[in-house]
Design a protein around this ligand. Structure first.
Ligand code: HEM
Length: 362
């Protein structure tokens, strides 16, 4: 112990490496642009947070890969997702710091960056793949596969992440295995469908009777309503649900969708608290990724207007479309269409209720 070298703050954090990693391309060219330092540091901070998010995601996924998952495991998952969510909020806020650089100041060094772009962030692609963004759901970028712009070594890591089971798939099979789907003789779906159908009928009347809607608006809302009806009928009928999956209108399997709905509806039952929190955090996380994409797209619009990106995409247009389409857990968020008031929920038989509760026996 006596001869043990005392640990030093900067050695422990390897600050020498980190703080010597800001090389201004504009300075190399002989005309240093003041704001390039901010530009580099902001991107580096992002990549560090991406690393932390991947660390949390890997741990969450390894829990889901276990053969049996106990209640306390789900609490761990929820805590880790909560950490990701807090980081995501910082990622969105951080854009404000970068926006203290004006579009004119960016032009002082923008040409030095060609063809580098955030589009080449391997860690960003790893996050997308681990969460479950499918390759053929991606908006095409200049007709090329998104991995074609990555460095060789990064490309193979990102490509192998496409082969691994994603969080979406792991969650889906966990939901399919949930024991509380079995209602032993109690016809939940019959009672529940009656309540939902009457709610949907009521909503149709509200659309038709709204004096403020134009004919066009009525048609739009009726069309949306019809989609909700079809989606509900698919909840009851597996074949219809599978057809929606083939048509790419849904992704989550029929069994997993039914399980999620039950968790969301009966969230007040003690055993469903953690599963309910899990589903809610996944929806939060998905929304925050979308918010970051939208916020980034707005910043890009402000910085480069209608110019193409340094990575060669249509810039703002590509980013807006990706924000709209690159979502993973929308099927979970959409389930709220079928929520009914607590008071209208079918009462669970006592034996089922007991199975869903914590029982403290002396
Ligand atoms: C002045 C600031 C920025 C501008 C003008 C900008 C511009 C762009 C543009 C135009 C694209 C589309 C691809 C291309 O053609 O290059 C893009 C993609 C991207 N940028 Fe930025 N960006 C900025 C800051 C950032 C920051 C701070 C990050 C943080 C890591 C970032 C991460 C990304 C990512 C991950 C993509 C790929 C998004 C996707 O494919 O969905 N960008 N950026």
């Amino acid at each position: 112990m006596k001869n043990k070298k005392l640990l030093n703050y900067s050695d422990y954090l390897q600050l020498e490496k980190i703080l010597s990693g800001q090389e201004l391309m504009s300075a190399k060219r002989g005309t240093p642009a003041h704001d390039e330092m901010l530009f580099i540091i902001v991107h580096q901070v992002y990549e560090l947070w991406f690393k932390q998010i991947l660390h949390e995601l890997d741990s969450v996924m390894s829990i889901f890969k276990q053969e049996s998952i106990i209640e306390s495991d789900i609490s761990f998952v929820v805590l880790r997702l909560q950490r990701i969510i807090e980081i995501q909020k910082i990622l969105i806020d951080q854009i404000r710091v970068l926006e203290t650089m004006t579009a004119m100041d960016f032009l002082e060094f923008r040409d030095d960056l060609f063809p580098a772009s955030g589009f080449q962030s391997a860690q960003f692609r790893l996050m997308e793949n681990k969460l479950g963004l499918l390759n053929d759901h991606r908006i095409m970028y200049g007709g090329k596969n998104y991995t074609s712009v990555l460095k060789e070594q990064e490309k193979s890591t990102v490509q192998s992440s496409e082969e691994e089971k994603s969080l979406f798939e792991l969650l889906e099979s966990w939901l399919e295995r949930t024991p509380f789907l079995s209602f032993k003789g109690f016809d939940f779906w019959k009672q529940y469908s009656k309540a939902v159908r009457s709610m949907l009928e009521q909503e149709k009347l509200i659309i038709l009777d709204n004096p403020n809607y134009s004919q066009e608006e009525v048609e739009y809302h009726l069309n949306e309503h019809e989609n909700a009806v079809l989606s509900f009928e698919a909840m009851i009928n597996e074949e219809r649900h599978n057809k929606l999956i083939v048509d790419r209108k849904k992704r989550l399997s029929h069994k997993a969708t039914q399980a999620s709905l039950l968790i969301l509806l009966y969230r007040d039952e003690p055993i469903l608290h953690s599963p309910f929190n899990l589903i809610s955090r996944l929806i939060d996380m998905d929304e925050l990724f979308t918010s970051w994409r939208q916020r980034h797209a707005l910043m890009v619009r402000r910085m480069i207007g209608a110019k193409i990106g340094t990575g060669g995409s249509s810039g703002h247009k590509y980013l807006r479309e990706a924000a709209d389409k690159h979502k993973i857990f929308s099927d979970l968020a959409d389930l709220s269409t079928f929520f009914i008031p607590r008071s209208a929920l079918p009462e669970l038989p006592t034996d089922i209720k007991q199975n869903l509760g914590y029982q403290f026996k002396q």
